[in-house]
Design a protein around this ligand. Structure first.
Ligand code: F6P
Length: 324
């Protein structure tokens, strides 16, 4: 195989804190190997539009601590079609690109797999607050998002305790309960609701009634956006059934996607970005780099995009036990 002279990088799906340090690591690792890097703006939308910009080491100065992504991101429907993927490949060839690093969530990694299957060299980096990607212990962005959730819980507890209230906090995560479950355990919530482990309104009511009768000054429930019943149904049920605490709702929304990446995400993003380029330049393709224990390992993009992460039963029971 001829050696690579020019690679490209894009960030896709929802932005996640740590995408910038990952871009920086990609650019500087390639530069150190004498390889040019092009950034593709707005993910597959920019790929189809030919929106490429040369990124030098100086262009990524000062971004290691910045949230979001300097390359911007987008969700693109056209790239889900074979025709769109072929057009994307054509754009890469037009720009003389020899390989691509895709940083993003499951949709972006599926796009990466499609390009690989068309014969183009691609390595994926998991980047999403949801932590729903199979093949890595943690995705880039998840830890920082979790810390934002903990900050919100700690602040809500102050007001909850002052008013003897129960706060219901909805957090993002799409169909994955990771952020809600860990937020609940680490924030000391009375209950957690996640899509992978359905709960009934009656069960929640009982938990809160018992917490009230045991003398708790306040309560907290962390609800994943993908869980059922939905947060407003829970609030209505609890208000109607007089569990003791007054109920208030907070929906954290996109706040969790923002902010400066923490130490964990900066390190993870840097290690994954470096490894992705090293592997791409070594002729690898169709793989995703990820955190396996303390080491950076790889899985196939096929597995990463088709296998389901299992929710940890140990954490579910820990959440219940520690809430007592
Ligand atoms: O995948 C990241 C995520 O923030 C999910 O947690 C959430 O469901 C979704 O993206 C929100 O998407 P959008 O930014 O398009 O509203």
């Amino acid at each position: 195989m001829a050696s690579m002279r020019r690679i490209a990088v894009l960030t896709g799906g929802g932005d996640a804190p740590g995408m910038n340090p990952a871009i920086r690591a990609v650019v500087r690792t390639a530069a150190a190997a004498g390889v040019e890097v092009y950034g593709i703006r707005q993910a597959y939308t920019g790929l189809l539009a030919g929106d490429f910009e040369r990124l030098t080491s100086r262009d990524v100065s000062g971004i290691i601590g910045r949230g979001g992504t300097i390359l911007q991101t987008a969700r693109n429907l056209e790239f889900k079609t074979v025709q769109g993927q072929k057009r994307g490949l054509r754009r890469l060839n037009e720009h003389g690109i020899d390989g691509l690093v895709v940083i993003g969530g499951d949709g972006s990694l599926r796009g990466a797999l499609a390009l690989h299957e068309l014969g183009f060299p691609v390595v994926g980096v998991p980047g999403t607050i949801d932590n729903d990607i199979w093949g890595t212990n943690m995705a880039v962005g998840t830890d920082t998002a979790l810390n934002t959730i903990l900050d919100a819980i700690d602040k809500l507890r102050d007001t909850a305790a002052s008013h003897e209230r129960c706060f219901l906090l909805e957090v993002m995560g799409r169909n994955c309960g990771y952020l809600a479950l860990m937020g609940g355990i680490l924030g000391g919530a009375e209950f957690v609701m996640i899509p992978e482990h359905p709960t009934t309104l009656e069960e929640i009511g009982k938990v809160l009634e018992n917490a009230y009768m045991r003398g708790k000054s306040h309560a907290m429930g962390v609800i994943a956006e993908g869980a059922t019943p939905k947060i407003h149904e829970v609030a209505e049920y609890l208000s109607q059934h007089e569990v003791g605490f007054e109920v208030r709702i907070t929906v954290l929304g996109h706040v969790v996607r923002g902010g400066s990446p923490g130490a964990f995400d900066r390190l993870l993003a840097t290690r994954l970005g470096v490894k992705a380029v090293e592997l791409l330049l070594a002729g690898e393709s169709g793989i995703m780099v990820g955190l396996h224990g303390r080491e950076i390992g790889t899985v196939s993009l096929e597995d990463a995009t088709t296998k389901q992460r299992a929710v940890s039963e140990e954490y579910i029971s820990m959440a219940e036990i520690l809430a007592k």
